[in-house]
Design a protein around this ligand. Structure first.
Ligand code: FAD
Length: 408
């Protein structure tokens, strides 16, 4: 039997493509090959179990890749409203918190359930525990090999994701290696939206403290990205939304550092004069209590020590040079970056299949007719905030409509 479409990967993009295809053209025979014992393992964990399914501001500036303009057509034509009506059709309503879209149930598992029900209702063939190990061309069709089994198809949609989340979620990047061997150009991968490892002597002392900060990533002295938000000190380094957001810019071949502006709404000179006034009014205290009431106590004490001062000294002993050092530390509390916590902890993988080998209006390979790639395996990744799932939906529907056009 020759399938009209084989979809490699029953994750976000693969499930969306399968259901959308079958809804629009029920005569198509569609088979999903999924390596895991159930579909959508990763999708069920998204958004801390709430599934940040889209964003009201889907702008290209929130996406990355060697040629990010590749994503423009699909993201514009298959925007969040199109996604919303697709999801409505399978029982998932959207709800928004600010710009971030979620299923109205706020349960990621319910998104997987509704996609799974639709797969069953639409008679889409699903092969679980079927790990694709090769893709070959055979008499004008594709032969997709999964261990001892092989399947023929007129069209193949590669929706196997990349490495984020790791093996436990079926994400080993194996299909990228298969395609690379077959001659597809790729862009080196790296984890993105991930916690950052820093030198640990200071962060260990601050473990568990959360503070609003303007986070700046610099590599070789140049500012790469700045984000504001709640920053978390961990025993290995830094986490929290702004840190995850800037993490994509880390280049392990360059000297990178993260600077925290702990007083981002006050400029340096104003801060210095505030500190001078504080030192005058609190002159009877010791330095261990200098920041009490202004800053997290443990953080304040670490700042004092980092300025080379003793906690047991009196505030009255502070000189202007000391206050300048303290002000500088508050404006730029910086940490050398040692790396990230890796693919297993990352939400998305940057890099993947080079997009210039694919048609941005159809997601089809320019050299392998009938072979499509969607979702994370392409060299497109988004910021934290629903952008990656929106890319999965948009690219999936784009490829599906192209296949429907070819088969009508
Ligand atoms: C913890 C976590 C939280 C996240 N939260 C959000 C969020 O809230 N909002 C957001 O926009 N993005 C989020 N993301 C990112 C988002 O989940 C991914 O970008 C998205 O799932 C990518 O979709 P995909 O279909 O391309 O890949 P995946 O969803 O990874 O699906 C790929 C599928 O292919 C299967 N597969 C892989 N190799 C093979 C093979 N050889 N043979 C057969 N099957 C194979 C895998 O088992 C998997 O089921 C999060 C990611 C993580 C890890």
């Amino acid at each position: 039997m020759i399938n009209d479409v084989i979809i490699i990967g029953g994750g976000a993009a693969g499930l969306c493509a399968a259901v959308y295809l079958k809804q629009k053209l029920p005569s198509l025979s569609i088979r999903i090959l999924e390596s895991q014992s159930r579909v959508g393992k990763k999708l069920a964990l998204t958004g801390n179990g709430r599934c940040n399914i889209t964003n009201k501001n889907i702008l290209l500036s929130s996406y990355h890749g060697k040629d990010v303009s590749f994503a423009e057509y699909a993201l514009t034509k298959y925007d969040r409203f199109i996604s919303e009506s697709f999801f409505e059709s399978i029982g998932v309503s959207f709800a928004f918190e600010g710009d971030k879209g979620y299923p109205a149930s706020f349960q990621a598992g319910s998104v997987v359930d509704c996609l799974r029900f639709a797969v069953e209702e639409l008679d889409i063939t699903l092969n679980l525990e079927t790990k694709v190990t090769n893709i070959q061309v055979s008499n004008g069709n594709y032969k997709v090999i999964a261990d001892n089994l092989s399947f023929l198809a007129r069209n193949v949609i590669v929706a196997s994701g990349l490495l984020s989340g790791g093996d436990r979620l079926g994400c080993d990047g194996g299909v990228l290696s298969i395609l690379k061997k077959a001659g597809f150009d790729t862009v080196d991968t790296k984890p993105a939206i991930v916690q950052v490892k820093t030198e640990t002597d200071i962060v260990k002392q601050l473990k568990g403290i959360k503070i609003d900060a303007l986070v700046t990533l610099k590599c070789d002295g140049k500012t790469v990205r700045q984000e504001f938000g709640e920053t978390l000190f961990c025993d290995y380094g830094l986490s929290g939304p702004p840190v995850l957001q800037v993490s994509r810019g880390i280049d392990t071949r360059r000297k990178c550092e993260i600077g925290l502006d702990l007083m981002s709404d006050t400029d340096y000179n104003t801060l210095l004069s505030n500190l001078e006034n504080r030192a005058k009014s609190l002159k009877n205290r010791n330095l261990d209590e200098f920041f009490t009431g202004m800053l997290n106590k443990r953080l304040g004490q670490v700042i004092i020590k980092s300025a080379g001062l003793k906690l047991s000294e009196s505030v009255s002993s502070l000189k202007i040079q000391d206050l300048k050092k303290i002000a500088s530390l508050l404006k730029n509390f910086s940490f050398n970056v040692m790396g990230t916590t890796g693919y297993i902890n990352s939400q998305v993988t940057a890099g993947g299949l080079k997009t210039d080998g694919f048609n941005s209006k159809t997601m089809m390979s320019k050299n392998a007719k009938g072979l499509y790639a969607i979702g994370e395996i392409l060299d497109i990744d988004g910021d934290c905030g629903g952008f990656n799932l929106q890319w999965a939906w948009s690219s999936a529907m784009c490829a599906a409509d192209a296949i429907i056009k070819e088969n009508k």
